[in-house]
Structures are given as structure tokens and as C-alpha cells.
Write a protein of this length. Structure first.
Length: 225
């Protein structure tokens, strides 16, 4: 078995836009697409249609978007008394990620094959890897990221936008620069371990306490044992 580790000191390892979230959202966006698919597979068709209809007409949201604002989805699911909503949510989440607390950090093992593939695609791209490395464990503005990575502006913006959409990068706050409020960004994880074994591969993310506990999924209590 081979284990590759990437952390904030590996800035030169060889190997927007959208509506940006106004604060760090933890793991919500990273797993929302995959969690939405798992939940859809677990629900009866009639129940799924009712939930989708209510989310759209009451909140203007899809299931995926409501998961990124997890209380909205959780409350909607609880309106169906025949469902064991908390058990359903926890079971589906555990088909995406497994979480363990280690001191002031969390270890998140990715177990969903499609999410593993997506993360491997980013780590396998030289420029995406440099961008992620530059903001592991610290907050930088776009100009600061560009200055450090030496990546051309257009591809850098495109890659950062994609990583924001996929939840690997978070908007961590704003600072005042030249009388303008400028966003700062941070990688979701402080370290990533890529594990390659015979006929299998996996990913473990080391995430600081703030990044995980700021997520709406964590705040819902569904991750509690």
C-alpha cells in the first residue's frame, strides 16, 4: 500500500464566477451532491416527489441545495412522521464519509467512489494541486494566491471557481483592501492522504475543528453518536 500525503508545506509539489457563500460552510458543499443521490435512492418515489415539491415551492430549493443549508432539509424530512429521519440521514452520510475526532482535528475518510474520483482528479491536476496547497491552513485573497502559485489569472479563476462549487475551497471571510471588501479563501482540509492499494484506493482528509463544526450538517446533530 502506498500513502501520499499533501499538506500546507508542499507548495511546489510536482504532481467567480458563482454566488459565493458569505461564510465557511464546512463539509456541506463537498458532500451535498453525493448525499442527495443517496437519500433519493432510499426514499419511496411518492415521498421523494412530495419532499422535492415542498422544498421547491416553500423554500425555492432542490434537495442538493437544501442539504447545503441542512436544517432546511432536516426540518422538511421530519414533516414525514413515518420516516426515521435522523437514522436515514446518518446512514446516508456514512455511505459518503466516515468521521473520527483526533485532538483538535477531524479525520474524514471518503468512502463514496464518485467523490473519491472527483478529489483524485483535482489532486492529479498540477495547477489545482498548487492552488489547494497555497491555501492549506491559511487564508489568502485571489491576488495573493496568484502571486504565490504563479498560475495565470484565467485558468486560476476557473479552477478556484470549480473547487468552490465542489466544496474543496471555502470563502473564509473578507478583508478591506484599497477601500474594497475582498474575499479570502482557504482549503477545506489541512492535509490529504491518498492511499493506493491492490485493487483499491482511498482518501483521508484532515480537517480542523472550525471547518467541520461550522457546517450545517454538524450543527444539526446528525453526526453525533
Amino acid at each position: 500500500m502506498i500513502c501520499f500525503t499533501l499538506n500546507s508545506s508542499d507548495l511546489l509539489i510536482p504532481f467567480i464566477l458563482l454566488f459565493l457563500i458569505s461564510c465557511m460552510s464546512g463539509i456541506d458543499r463537498l458532500i451535498s451532491r453525493y448525499l442527495a443521490n443517496e437519500i433519493k435512492h432510499q426514499l419511496k418515489t411518492s415521498t421523494l416527489k412530495k419532499i422535492e415539491k415542498d422544498l421547491f415551492f416553500i423554500h425555492g430549493m432542490s434537495i442538493k441545495l437544501s442539504i447545503e443549508n441542512f436544517k432546511t432539509f432536516h426540518d422538511q424530512l421530519q414533516s414525514f412522521p413515518e420516516l426515521d429521519s435522523k437514522n436515514l440521514e446518518k446512514t446516508c452520510i456514512e455511505r459518503i464519509i466516515r468521521i473520527n475526532k483526533i485532538n483538535d482535528h477531524y479525520s474524514i475518510k471518503i468512502v463514496n467512489s464518485k467523490l473519491i474520483t472527483k478529489i483524485f482528479e483535482y489532486i492529479g491536476d498540477h495547477e489545482s494541486r498548487k492552488l489547494l496547497s497555497s491555501i492549506m491552513g491559511r487564508d489568502l485573497t485571489i491576488p495573493e494566491i496568484l502571486a504565490e502559485t504563479k498560475i495565470l489569472k484565467s485558468p486560476a479563476y476557473r479552477k478556484i471557481e470549480n473547487m468552490l462549487l465542489d466544496g474543496l475551497v471555502l470563502e473564509s471571510g473578507k478583508i478591506l483592501s484599497n477601500n474594497k471588501r475582498v474575499s479570502r479563501y482557504r482549503c477545506l482540509f489541512d492535509e490529504i492522504k491518498l492511499i493506493v492499494g491492490q485493487n483499491n484506493f482511498g482518501i483521508e482528509l484532515i480537517i480542523n475543528k472550525k471547518n467541520l463544526e461550522s457546517s450545517t450538517i454538524f450543527k444539526s446533530g446528525v453526526l453525533e453518536n
